[in-house]
Design a protein around this ligand. Structure first.
Ligand SMILES: Cc1ncc(COP(=O)(O)O)c(C=O)c1O
Length: 469
């Protein structure tokens, strides 16, 4: 509460400072306490924020004053152009899906669940417990806390059929989120300039990580049931690739889930080509009408390198994930992780472990399933009613997103701008394509917004499409 109040005082005083001359004396703490009905602690906190922003300075015993603003002059960084030279590989900037929408906007563009879909009480208790324990003041092993490694291994182990050897805790490397795991895995398994096969469309962050690793992305078309095994085999053969990045369960953006038969055929293709399948299981906890079956559970020969994230199901603030790899591939990825970040915060690891081993976690996931289903269906119904020309490619059996194809004549840039002018933010599908987009697509996330706003958002999308037709 005092946090909100101090931010309110900061906003108010910023306006006052903007209108005041340099050197003007600010009202005293006592006056501000009376004016804002806040405590002295809250007022002092606001003053500290303004001071840290360089807007005011306090002179002990005299008072607090508006700082003189030095004249801004255009700065010349031209020398850096010569020092930096041309970039080795151009990395696209982070996706517009990471933009913060203005207050009051209906933000269907972002990928992060609303706090009401998170196990908030478990998160707060776990963080408090972790802060009181030894991990708060110690460093963790490079590969992660052993108990958390064991938990990630056991999760896969529970899906392993008879005759397949499950992974062990030692095969697990804990990550500070799976995004950096993708970068490390691509760097570790694919030499710069060499091909990496990817489904198309696929996660924009994987396309970014591939650019960062300097590898050559080869798109493989993928539909509601995943890529065609024959098409994949052809891509391996034509390019000589030794790695394939894929999301077999609830792919971002399409929500596609591979059937068992297709998964087995794809695994056969990967094996036949002596290649790695880099399996991104980002939505493992978001099954709606099916359960996810990681391909990693079917492989004990080290072909599948498995990445699982807890960021979106536990909390975006507890950014914990893991990569499970066997053999020399594991050593390469571990070496890259050590060089990139040495180790992952023990507090976050301990809190994540506390949450996922709590009896309340299972209860939470069961409730989440129902909530995701209701949200998914409401957004689908709202779109069918108000934006009938947008075509839902498939009803996703899990995940957080709907993938719509818009009429071919749609100019996506104009469409997005007009939706945003009317306070509805959607994600342009273009960034999910490693090459040219196969048409005008948008991705709508049903987890981040109050579902009560879905009909209004769909109405705006429908009207903008109707006007463009
Ligand atoms: C398919 C996919 N993989 C990986 C990530 C990155 O997840 P993390 O937050 O664990 O870095 C995301 C995030 O949106 C994702 O959609």
């Amino acid at each position: 509460m005092s946090n909100d109040s101090s931010l309110r005082i900061v906003a108010d005083l910023r306006d006052w400072i903007t209108a005041a001359p340099a050197g003007a004396k600010l009202p005293s703490t006592r006056e501000l306490v009376a004016r804002h009905g806040a405590s002295p602690v809250t007022v002092q906190k606001a003053m500290r924020i303004l001071s840290a922003q360089g807007l005011i300075e306090s002179r002990p015993g005299v008072g607090t004053f508006v700082r003189a603003v030095r004249t801004a002059r255009p700065l010349d960084y031209g020398w850096q152009t010569a020092a930096l030279g041309s970039p080795h590989n151009r990395i696209p900037s982070a996706s517009p899906t990471m933009r913060t929408a203005p207050p009051g906007a209906i933000a269907l563009h972002a990928g992060y669940p609303d706090p009401e879909l998170l196990p908030e009480r478990l998160v707060r208790t776990a963080l408090t417990r972790a802060a009181r324990s030894g991990v708060a003041v110690s460093r963790s092993p490079v590969a992660g806390l052993p108990d958390l490694q064991a938990w990630f291994a056991a999760e896969i182990g529970s899906a392993v059929p008879v005759g397949v050897t499950p992974p062990t805790a030692n095969d697990v490397i804990v990550l500070p989120g799976s995004q950096s795991g993708l970068s490390s895995t691509f760097r570790a398994l694919v030499t710069p300039g060499q091909p990496l096969l990817m489904e198309s469309p696929t996660y924009w962050g994987a396309i970014l990580a591939a650019a960062q690793a300097g590898v050559r992305v080869i798109p493989v078309p993928s539909g509601p049931s995943g890529p065609e095994p024959d098409e994949l085999a052809r891509a391996f053969e034509e390019t000589g690739a030794r790695a394939f990045y894929a999301q077999p369960n609830y792919a971002n953006p399409t929500g596609a889930q591979w059937g068992r038969e297709r998964a087995l055929r794809i695994l056969d293709v990967v094996r036949a080509n002596g290649a790695f399948l880099i399996e991104d299981d980002w939505a493992h906890d978001f099954g709606i009408t099916t359960d996810p079956v990681p391909l990693a559970a079917l492989d004990d020969a080290g072909h599948v390198v498995y990445i699982r994230s807890l960021t979106k199901s536990v909390s975006p603030a507890i950014r914990i994930a893991a990569v499970i790899a066997r053999g020399p591939a594991r050593e390469r990825i571990l070496a890259d992780r050590g060089a990139a970040s040495m180790y992952v915060s023990g507090i976050l690891q301990a809190a994540a472990l506390d949450i996922v081993t709590h009896p309340g976690w299972g209860t939470h996931l069961r409730g989440l399933r129902q909530q995701l289903r209701a949200r998914r269906d409401l957004l689908i119904d709202s779109m069918s009613e108000h934006a009938p020309t947008a075509h839902l490619t498939a009803t996703p059996p899990g995940g957080l997103n709907l993938w719509y194809r818009l009429p071919d004549s749609t100019d996506l840039n104009v469409f997005m701008r007009e939706c945003e002018d009317r306070n509805v933010f959607v994600a342009s599908g273009t960034e999910w394509f490693p090459a040219e987009p196969a048409g005008p697509f948008i991705r709508l996330n049903y987890s981040g917004v109050n579902p009560g706003a879905f009909p209004d958002a769909a109405r705006v999308i429908g009207e903008v499409l109707h006007r463009a037709a």
